[in-house]
Design a protein around this ligand. Sequence first.
Ligand SMILES: C[S@@+](CC[C@H](N)C(=O)[O-])C[C@H]1O[C@@H](n2cnc3c(N)ncnc32)[C@H](O)[C@@H]1O
Length: 216
Amino acid sequence: MGRVDNGVEMIESFLDKAKVSGPNRRNLKIHDAIAPLYDFPYDLYDFLSRGGIKRERLSYLQELEIKPDSAVLEVAVGTGANLRYLPETASYFGLDISLGMLKKCQKNLIRWGRKARLFQGEAENLPFDNSTFDVVFHMGGIDSFSDRAKAIKEMVRVAKPGAKLLIAGETEMPFKVKSAPKITPAALLPSGMENIEFEETRGLRLYCLTFRKPSN
Ligand SMILES: C[S@@+](CC[C@H](N)C(=O)[O-])C[C@H]1O[C@@H](n2cnc3c(N)ncnc32)[C@H](O)[C@@H]1O
């Protein structure tokens, strides 16, 4: 993983587009279409609110336990908006279903002078070995995934024992997603998770769920 071409990390694809179905298929199409313009409304609102979006993101990101040598995975990384606010010393990995969003993320990373390895794939089938990452997080999008429970199980699988995980999802969807279930994501956690904390609403209309994978 992490091939380099012209000094830029290549995006590695683990997605068989023909096999993507249901809500994920729709997510893929929508995000590929909106990727070029995705950042504009957020950047505009951030400017008008004097850093309001940045403050909101930091209020979640401060929950992450990132050490200088941590390997950090963001599931559904989008255009990388969170990565620019995280400590530079750690190693970053971003996965998303949409190649359009990942290409925008790659451009952003170059513009910000930041580095991350980017992967195209489904959150429900992460292309990483068990217990690979010190930190695993997701912000925005999970409630439109085809299978939320499977995606959460995958996040837990690739996290190292003892790792803290964070999942922030929309309390209100920006567009109607028929299959988004109304059950709390805390109820979808695999059994045995520790230190489970769930906040119904925070800024950005997101809930915040944090928990720890057991150490043994
Ligand atoms: C609302 S954006 C959030 C992006 C980023 N995390 C942020 O905070 O700005 C949701 C992202 O989820 C991605 N996505 C949707 N379904 C997915 C799935 N099943 N697996 C991986 N990524 C998915 C979309 O392509 C999109 O980039």
